[in-house]
Design a protein around this ligand. Structure first.
Ligand code: TYD
Length: 132
């Protein structure tokens, strides 16, 4: 399964905590896009797609949520509940996000501008593309 948890350096002192993310350093690509998901309603799941080319790092900067990551052969569940850890997804992985806590803010850094043609939204097509 092709994903990684990246540990970010956290500058903590008696005032609190600070994490800095830099392109091609802590985040291993050129960041072209940032988006964040928040005020997610109870019971909502999102995602249900894979990306052909896009690389992403997802950071739960507040609260928690869970990912299902599926490479066509196996599914892995990942809990994001720590603002100092990022979930790096670089390959063709089907992803679903669920179990958003009320205060969850899920920030996603992307290597490309938004491009609908990069999405694979059909699960059967995803399985074909992933060789399964
Ligand atoms: P959607 O793909 O449904 O989000 P998710 O995969 O997290 O469930 O996106 C919701 C809307 O936001 C959809 O109309 C496309 C738009 N959108 C952008 O315009 N730019 C972006 O970077 C993203 C991620 C979504």
């Amino acid at each position: 399964m092709s994903f990684k948890i990246v540990n970010f350096k956290c500058f903590g002192d008696d005032r609190g905590s600070l994490v800095a993310l830099e392109a091609n350093k802590s985040v291993p690509f050129n960041i072209k896009r940032v988006y964040y998901i928040f005020s997610t309603k109870d019971g909502v799941s999102r995602g249900f797609h894979a990306h052909r080319k896009l690389k992403q790092v997802a950071v739960c900067v507040k609260g928690s949520c869970r990912f299902v990551l599926d490479d066509g052969k196996q599914k892995t569940h990942v809990l994001l509940d720590d603002a100092t850890k990022g979930l790096l997804i670089e390959d063709l992985i089907w992803r679903e996000m669920y179990d958003f806590s009320h205060e969850c803010v899920l920030m996603v850094l992307g290597s490309e501008y938004y491009d609908e043609s990069d999405y694979v939204r059909d699960y059967e097509e995803f399985l074909e593309l992933s060789g399964c």
